[in-house]
Design a protein around this ligand. Sequence first.
Ligand SMILES: [Zn+2]
Ligand SMILES: [Zn+2]
Length: 142
Amino acid sequence: MVVGGCFCGKIRVEYNGEPIMSALCHCYDCRKLTGTLFTYSFVVHKADLKISGSPKEVAKRADSGNHIKNYFCSDCGTPIYGHKIKPSGDPEDITILRAGIFDDIEYLDRQKPKAEIYKLGRVKWMCPLAGVDQFIGMPPLP
Ligand SMILES: [Zn+2]
Ligand SMILES: [Zn+2]
């Protein structure tokens, strides 16, 4: 099990699983959502995740047309996770977990990204990661 949380510590996360996918994302929404130039996220099964505290929800329609909800700490603003919403209004079983919330840098050392997505949004002075698959959009999940 690995643990993490937000900047102020009011939201805590326990994760017990192996990410289905991990990716750096260079899309516009990720920049605005996090205030940084790209994100690093794990695609995980919602069932493997335990969240304590009450993250604030923000809903948006993505460029892809998908309805998404993102969750962050309402006190310190750290983005924690997000997911798509099914047409029924229920969350999908897959959650996008922000990698930077994990406390243990050695865990992150072992989790090299499997992909870079929305690569056309990458700033020109940044190089693609060596040996990492590059995608113009969202790759299909394995
Ligand atoms: Zn916080
Ligand atoms: Zn993105």
